[in-house]
Ligand binder design. Structure first.
Ligand code: HAM
Length: 430
């Protein structure tokens, strides 16, 4: 026998028996996006390297260490997207979406790729749902976006989710902060990792989210950006908090949140769950007023967030949140003999045209095995068709739950009889 081929480390399969959970969550997310006025954007899985180097930032772990890059046949080196924000911003510019009226609100479902050490809640291929807003600078838009996140988690009935917010200021207040950070880290330089040595020169803020345990420990006592905010950033943050209070969205200010991507300015936030281990940030986002300009556009304020769908489903499972199981098939027709098979084929076709899930045997099983299969897939009704039934154009429809049998006409009267019995059975159970 040929050797089995296994999936790549850090990737997961979503199997037919579980996909209804994803579909349920995706439907809620899409619906929340709709009521908040978002329209879906879909962008390619691979982009130019420069997009992430300039967008996400050269000094970030994501770009420096985690990007999946492949070589094309033309000898070009291209990365798989590590996140959705940069691609969405590129598309906004490339298609001049700003001409369609501001604000633009776009949401997406994407796979993302990061070469990280896999563990519970951390994969190399994972799924994000993101919401991005372009052309809004008012603190109201920060509050509205955070509310959209809170509203999603409320609709999915997540409990004990912590919302932590912070402001990381603008380039103006950052200049002084960088000086203070540099001074602090210079004094601990000999203990920092090699990557952080170069970060110290280029962007000392990136040391704050280094994953090395020693750098993490040193970063704990580093100066906090919130103490360096300029007047405008301070008042923006204070207004965001006022609006969140007005909307009764609970939060705590965590001055240590800096986020791992370079494009953020001002408000940043994370929704953090309990009980799913170390990778507990289900959602992260913030304002990124400099990104559009960085990518070659005119300055345009923007903000957004992304939810990790694997982590979201993990939290739901850990909290015992029930996801409605899909509807069962309404009918399984077991057929014996050529004529009965053709009749079953046609009847199932009519039911499917009416939007009902129905099955018949396509693998050539005997009657007993067909009935066993009908039971396994949870068919509500079964019908056995043989020569007699075809000759008389009548058969016994069996309710699999009650074992009750009802005579049903075949041919053109079948649908009418079947729908009446199906509706009566549903009314009985409701
Ligand atoms: P991020 O914090 O890097 O932000 O990722 C957002 C979410 O994706 C995380 O909170 C987490 O739930 C999930 N996630 C990240 N890495 C992994 C992984 N290796 N395995 C499983 N899940 C993961 C961004 O990506 C930004 N683009 C968010 C954003 C949108 N900011 C503004 N707009």
């Amino acid at each position: 026998m040929a050797q089995l081929i296994k999936k790549i480390k850090g990737t997961e399969d979503i199997l037919p028996r579980d996909s209804y959970k994803w579909q349920f969550v995706e439907k809620v997310l899409a619906d929340e996006a709709r009521v908040f006025g978002f329209k879906e954007i879909r962008t390619p899985v691979f982009e130019q390297t420069a997009l992430f180097v300039r967008g996400v930032g050269e000094g970030t772990d994501v770009v420096q260490k985690e990007m999946y890059t492949f070589e094309t046949k033309g000898g070009e080196s291209l990365p798989l997207r590590p996140e959705g924000t940069a691609g969405s911003a590129r598309a906004l510019l490339e298609h001049a979406l700003v001409n369609e009226g501001l604000p633009i609100k776009a949401n997406y479902f994407t796979t993302c790729y990061r070469y990280e050490k896999p563990q519970a809640g951390r994969q190399r291929e994972f799924h994000q749902f993101g919401m991005e807003v372009y052309g809004a600078n008012s603190p109201l838009s920060d509050a509205e976006l955070i509310c959209a996140g809170a509203s999603i988690f409320e609709r999915l009935q997540l409990k004990n989710l912590r919302l932590e917010i912070n402001s990381i200021g603008c380039p103006k207040c950052r200049a002084e902060y960088h000086r203070a950070l540099k001074e602090y880290f210079e004094s601990k330089k000999e203990n920092l990792c090699g990557t952080c040595h170069s970060r110290l020169e280029k962007n000392p803020m990136r040391i704050l989210d280094c994953k090395s345990p020693i750098c993490k420990e040193i970063a704990k006592d580093a100066p906090k950006i919130i103490d360096f905010l300029c007047e405008d950033c301070e008042s923006h943050f204070s207004a965001v908090k006022t609006y969140l209070d007005a909307a009764e969205v609970k939060y705590t200010v965590n001055p240590s949140i800096v986020r791992g991507l370079d494009y953020y300015t001002n408000t940043v936030f994370e929704f953090i769950a309990e009980g799913i281990g170390a990778q507990s940030t289900v959602c992260g986002g913030g304002r990124y007023n400099g990104l559009i300009e960085e990518l070659g556009g005119n300055p345009l304020p923007a903000l957004g967030f992304a939810i990790g769908l694997e982590r979201l489903l993990m939290v739901m499972e850990a909290q015992g949140i029930e996801i409605p199981a899909p509807d069962k098939p309404v009918l399984y027709i077991a057929a014996l003999g050529k004529e009965a098979e053709i009749n079953a084929f046609k009847t199932v076709k009519t039911l499917r045209e009416a939007g009902l899930e129905a099955h018949f045997d396509i693998v050539g099983r005997g009657l007993k095995a067909q009935m066993k299969y009908a039971d396994k897939i949870g068919a509500k009704f079964t019908l056995v068709l043989g020569d007699n039934e075809i000759a008389e154009q009548k058969a016994q429809l069996k309710n699999m739950e009650t074992s009750e049998k009802t005579e049903i006409r075949l041919g053109e009267n079948f649908m009418q009889d079947f729908m009446a019995i199906l509706l009566a059975s549903e009314n009985k159970f409701n």
